[in-house]
Ligand binder design. Sequence first.
Ligand code: PAF
Length: 287
Amino acid sequence: MQIITTKADLERCIQACKAKGQTIGLVPTMGALHEGHASLVRKCVSENNITVVSVFVNPTQFNNKEDLAKYPRSLERDAELLNSIGANFVFAPTPEEMYSADEMNNTFRFDFGGLDQVMEGKMRPGHFNGVVQVVSRLFYLVKPDRAYFGEKDFQQLAIIHFMAERSELAGTFGNLQIIGCPIVREQSGLALSSRNERLSADEKQTALAISRTLFESLNWAKQPGATVANVQQRVIDTINAVPGLEVEYYEIVDQSTLLPTDTFNHAIGCVTVYCGPVRLIDNIKYN
Ligand code: PAF
């Protein structure tokens, strides 16, 4: 496995692989890798000749400086894990290598067909512009056949699908396939996240109420007379009743449009909860 830190070296390696007719899979990450990332990388390794994993804490997608500063960084440990899974290249550039000073200001603007007007997009203005800025750049550099993303960031996945398949950029990435992979959970139910590293042992215990409530809500949705509105409210009230947790939003939306829905068909519930100072997200599909 080779660790690459410049765009020029990455492009040289990619050209050499393409010249040999090898298929290329890309797993974009911000590092602090856990079993959720490992599952994406394993799938990528099994479906492509060459696996590229980017490890880059992308400054342009953080609208909170403290969150960016505190984001866990562990390149050495990440590289060991990626090597053991069979990744071929790790691309770990500095922000200065990735962006010009202008680009760093996240003035990049993109039309997401409204998918960014809700939930995370509403709470974190500019966040998805930053995500698409870095992901589109990675697509241009790596020219992957397939790119892998976790469903924990369901709205991000929907926006990346939109970018690659329906936006003005669609078609500029060749025959790229975007592949969404299921959430990986601890046995306790807690969705794996790099941010879990910032939870104390007590907070981690407290955070279990998030996934427990989401799973319980599948039963509430099946009760006679259940409506989307009352299940949504019951989830919010149940999580907020746990000392140490505070719901930022819980919305049950259509899985394609991400717009509010009044039916559980093709619906997904997306939650963001503060557990102490740590912002956690999770989701559950109703069917
Ligand atoms: O999901 C993430 O870790 C990031 O948003 C991504 C896709 C690597 C872009 O920085």
